[in-house]
Structures are given as C-alpha cells and as structure tokens.
Design a protein around this ligand. Structure first.
Ligand code: ADP
Length: 306
C-alpha cells in the first residue's frame, strides 16, 4: 500500500483577461473549482495507476471538506484517516489566471495545519505497514518529519517531496528520506544554487545527497529529471519524452505519485526505469488542463509501463 500524509486544498480558479490591481474589481470570464493540494494530488495519481492508497490528512467540516472526501472516494482512496475538523476551514488556493497564463495565488492552509501527532498515532498501523510513505511540506513540517521517522523505524520506504521549499529545512528530513524528490525551484531554495542546466542539476543533486538521503531526484520540467544516489553517485539524466504541453500545473505531483506507485508495486525495477516511467506519466498529465483532472489512469497508458 501507498500511504500519503499531506494536504488537501480546494482550488478556486478565476480566469480573467488581466490581473486586478489593489482595490480594483474586474470581471472574469470563467470560474471553476478544482481539487488540489500536493498530498491529495500525489495520492490520486498513485491510485489511478492502480495502487491501494490511504491519504492521511485533515479538511474542514464544511462543504469543501465534504466534497473533497467524495473526490477521494471516487478515486478509490481509503478515507479512513481523513479527519474533518470544525476548528478550521478546508484549505483553499484562490487563483486568478490572466489571458497570458500569469497568475496570482493565495493559499490558506486552514485545516491542513491542524493535522497533528494524535492523528498520526491513530493511523500508525497503516503508516507502519505501508510499502511506501510519501509526504510534503503543505502540512506542519514537524508532522511530516514525524511521519518519516515512524516509517523509518518500521522499515517502510520514505519518499519525501520538500514542497513548498523551506530554506532552513531541518537536516533530519534528509537523513530520513530514502528518496528526496524536488523540482528546480525547490532545489535552489534548499542549496542557494540556481538550476539553469543539467550540470547545475547534477551539482545540486550531489549537494542534497551529501546531506544524508539515499537518493535524490531533481525534476526538470520538459527535460525530465536528474537522479543521483549513494549507490550511483554520478548524476544521471533521465529525459522526458517530447510532448505538446498544455497545462503543467501539478506535473510534479503526478511524477511523485507515479514514483510512489512504482516503488510500492515494482520494487525490483531498476530506479532509472521507475523514473523514466514516472516521467512518462507526468508528461501525459501536462497534455491536459487542470491538476487532478489531467492525471492519467492505468487503462489510458501503454501497457509496457506495467
Ligand atoms: P513541478 O510541477 O513541481 O514544477 P516539473 O516542472 O519539474 O515539476 O515537472 C515534473 C515532471 O513532469 C518532469 O520531471 C517531467 O517528467 C514532467 N513534465 C513537466 N513538464 C513537462 C513537459 N513540458 N514535457 C514533458 N514532461 C514534462
């Protein structure tokens, strides 16, 4: 089983011709609500590839929270450890996108920040019996670290995605990550080194590896990924296929979710192949609009991926 401990966010998206200025009211052309949050996104992608999944998270006792639980169920995700609290609203991301694709975003984490140690204790059985545990930083960082520690203590593989990045990430996150997977921006925040090319990606990968993880993957958008591990300490570029990108939001989460699936269900596959397959899954997600709405299902993917 793949267990994800992380966030759920309701995306409130308005499409406009331009972004409003302070104090200004403008008319938009379209509005839609989407399901997001890195934790949930990653879990949904894993589930759509066929993984048995549990999401450990917290939403509000409100209509967005109710709808989110329904969404998870529709994706076949176990919601036994999805808490609903009356003390905060479901996390939201209010997003305005203009005709050029520029956006402004306000995230209110709400209930996500109320996920706590008590909740982890209640879920400790599923966490400790998982094949792979995945977490990110859209919940209280100390809670994510506790998850990694619980998993480690029980021999469960840990996949950590340090997003959104924290410049002063607790060093224990590295030592408790079997796989540390970040994008270029996150890599830059963590190391202070901008990633402009493959060589930089290899360099930051090595720096992150030296902080104590077993394997580092830096995702590079259309370029795929750079991977480096304790066993193979020479950075290895794993390119993504050429596709016509339509909407890359949530591509990183599609990648992480796919990787969790391969780690749990094809543990003997060479890492490079897992990464290549995950690139493929994520590259399909960029060819359709939206976040979870763009994530492919197993039945829509080439059978040689399974
Ligand atoms: P994030 O969504 O966190 O910014 P990236 O942009 O690095 O993450 O994308 C994550 C993964 O999605 C990449 O490693 C790649 O597999 C896939 N991907 C993203 N953009 C493209 C693209 N334009 N063409 C093909 N694959 C892509």
């Amino acid at each position: 089983e793949v267990v994800v401990v992380g966030s759920c966010m309701t995306d409130l998206v308005s499409l406009t011709t331009r972004l409003p200025r302070a104090g200004e009211t403008i008319l938009g052309q379209k509005f839609f609500i989407g399901f997001g949050g890195k934790g949930a996104n990653q879990c949904v992608q894993s589930a759509r590839l066929g993984a048995k999944t549990s999401l450990i998270c917290k939403v509000g006792k409100d209509s967005f929270g109710n709808d989110y639980v329904e969404n998870l169920k529709k994706n076949g995700i176990s919601t036994a450890f999805v808490g609903q609290t009356a003390d905060a609203a479901t996390g939201t991301a209010s997003i305005i996108v203009d005709s050029e694709g520029q956006n402004v975003i306000v995230i209110v984490p709400g209930a996500n920040l109320l996920l706590n140690s008590e909740d982890l204790k209640k879920a400790s059985d599923v966490i400790c019996k998982a094949k792979v545990v995945v977490c990110q930083l859209e919940i209280t960082p100390a809670v994510s670290l506790e998850v990694l520690k619980m998993a480690r203590a029980n021999g469960v593989k840990t996949l950590f995605n340090p997003a959104p990045a924290l410049a002063d990430l607790d060093p224990q996150f590295y030592t408790h990550s079997d796989i540390f997977c970040c994008n270029e921006t996150e890599a830059e925040i963590l190391t202070g080194i901008p990633v402009g090319n493959l060589e930089d990606a290899g360099k930051v990968g090595r720096m992150l590896l030296e902080r104590g993880c077993k394997l580092v993957i830096v995702t590079l958008g259309a370029e795929g990924c750079m991977m480096i591990s304790v066993e193979e300490p020479i950075p290895k570029h794993v390119p993504a296929g050429k596709v016509r990108a339509m909407d890359t939001t949530g591509a990183g989460d599609s990648f992480v979710g796919a990787l969790a699936f391969y780690l749990a269900y094809y543990p003997r596959l060479p890492m490079e192949e897992m990464v290549r397959n995950s690139n493929y899954v994520a590259s399909v997600s960029v060819q359709a609009a939206g976040t979870q709405s763009s994530y492919p299902y197993r039945k829509d993917l080439p059978q040689n991926l399974f």
